[in-house]
Design a protein around this ligand. Structure first.
Ligand SMILES: [Zn+2]
Length: 177
């Protein structure tokens, strides 16, 4: 599954070309679908965007930080700088391909699932996972100020080990009891 095959103009595009985006079967994600997805939001499918788009969207829904994606690109032998990864993630977010999830301080995750949903944040291993929509109900929301409306509500439920190990030394801004 090397993404290096992108550059020789001979991508594997046998099956599943017709699968609509987004599709949930990681193995079936063709390169052409990534390309089409970029074009659909007006982004030219440059080699860098294709490489990162493949890493992001070919594995089903996921939550990644810029640093995580950078590491993946290195492992895939993609010669990208961290700055390029940041810029590309920002472009994808502005185009609506990704949703940003801010969990603590400057730490931002990028979510390939752009529908409204909520998250668990594990403070021990600093990972983000979805809370299935049916498992949380938000009530008692404040009335929006005059002229404003609530556009969305995002809940982040912070987790730590129940036995109290480990997390005591972690610094996490905005920690709630
Ligand atoms: Zn999510």
């Amino acid at each position: 599954m090397s993404i290096l095959s992108l550059k020789d103009g001979n991508p594997v595009r046998n099956q599943a070309e017709q699968i609509p985006w987004p599709q949930k079967a990681p193995a079936a994600c063709p390169i052409s679908a990534v390309k089409a997805r970029l074009r659909s939001v007006g982004l030219r499918p440059t080699r860098q965007r294709m490489a990162l788009g493949w890493l992001l969207f070919a594995k089903g829904d996921r939550h990644v930080s810029a640093e995580m994606l950078y590491e993946e690109a290195l492992r895939a032998r993609e010669p990208l700088s961290l700055a390029t990864v940041y810029n590309t993630l920002r472009q994808f977010s502005e185009a609506g391909l990704l949703r940003q999830v801010s969990v603590s301080g400057p730490k931002t995750f990028f979510d390939t699932n752009v529908s409204e949903h909520h998250h668990f944040y594990n403070e021990d291993d600093e990972t983000v996972v979805d809370i299935p929509g049916s498992e949380i109900q938000v009530s008692g929301l404040p009335v929006a100020p005059d002229g404003m409306m609530v556009s969305s509500v995002e809940v982040i439920v912070r987790l730590r080990r129940a036995d109290g190990e480990e997390t005591v030394t972690k610094v996490a801004g905005g920690r709630r009891a």
